[in-house]
Design a protein. Structure first.
Length: 288
């Protein structure tokens, strides 16, 4: 083979490598939406003003620039998100797309806050990155494009409270009547709870509980801030009372700020003096 033929083969091979790498790079995953959380193909419920957030997908290179789009579904499409998703995929210059901006992790290009959304409106939100050569990532419904909607929920998270001394209590509101129980003095009291928002697409963001709060509707009386609720739920710390009536209030809150509450009123009955101690008691008070 001549030197010219060798050089030609090398150049062709190099060109093919560049083309292949460019094609692969154009398909490289860059970004993943982190808020709201994906719920399969169910729309994620968001507040009327919501901050969408995203980050570099695991194992991906960081894009050079980023843009986003929020597209309102036509009323005639009902819950059919497909046409709007497809339009954003096929129309890179659709009016919903923002301008490209630099992507600087922890500094710029990682979130966007909406203007007030339409009540009951259904939307498609997408975020897209591109590299320094202008290769934009594809829109993947498991990663960087998501169905969303803004509704005014009529219920809160499904809250379930359990304990050794009660039957399970479930509620989806803040106004469920209190459950009353009677216990003996010194009986250990522990309650556990779980919660979810599967019925309407939001997610539980926290819980709190407090004993003997006078008015749980008064935020200033709460001593415990909302804490993250583990997937397996949470439990109150063991507690005992010697007498009187006490109340525990358990609340959970979701990502769109709706809440559910359970109240348990505990009537504590002091234990009578055991018969075996009556002799010593009488001896203390026997007349001379």
């Amino acid at each position: 083979m001549s030197i010219r033929s060798c050089l030609f083969s090398i150049l062709v091979s190099a060109a093919l490598v560049i083309l292949i790498n460019s094609a692969l790079l154009a398909q490289t995953a860059f970004l993943r939406i982190t808020d709201p959380i994906f719920n399969n193909l169910n729309p994620a419920v968001v507040l009327p003003t919501h901050t969408f957030r995203w980050q570099t997908a695991a194992g991906s290179a960081e894009p050079s620039e980023v843009r986003h789009a929020l597209a309102l579904l036509p009323h005639s499409d009902g819950y059919n998100f497909g046409p709007t998703i497809q339009r954003l995929r096929l129309e890179p210059d659709a009016p919903e797309w923002s301008s490209w901006e630099p992507y600087i992790p922890s500094q710029q290009g990682m979130s966007w806050t909406t203007n007030p959304l339409q009540i009951g409106g259904k939307y498609v939100f997408a975020v897209q990155g591109r590299d320094t050569d202008g290769n934009a990532e594809t829109l993947d419904e498991k990663r960087n494009i998501i169905r969303t909607m803004y509704i005014v929920p009529t219920t809160g998270p499904l809250l379930t409270v359990t304990g050794d001394l009660i039957s399970p209590i479930t509620t989806i509101s803040m106004t469920t009547a209190a459950t009353e129980i009677a216990v003996a003095s010194g009986a250990p009291l522990t309650f556990c709870w779980t919660a979810n928002c599967d019925a309407y697409g939001a997610y539980v963001t926290g819980y709190r509980y407090q004993w003997d709060i006078a008015n749980p509707d008064d935020e200033s009386q709460w001593q415990m801030p909302y804490a993250t609720l583990p997937d397996q739920g949470a439990c109150s710390l063991p507690l005992t009372f010697e007498s009187d009536t006490h109340r525990v209030v358990i609340e959970v809150i979701d990502s769109i700020h709706t809440r559910s509450r359970v109240q348990i009123i505990v009537h504590v009955t002091p234990l009578p003096v055991a018969p075996s101690t009556w002799g010593s008691v009488k001896a203390l008070y026997r007349s001379p």
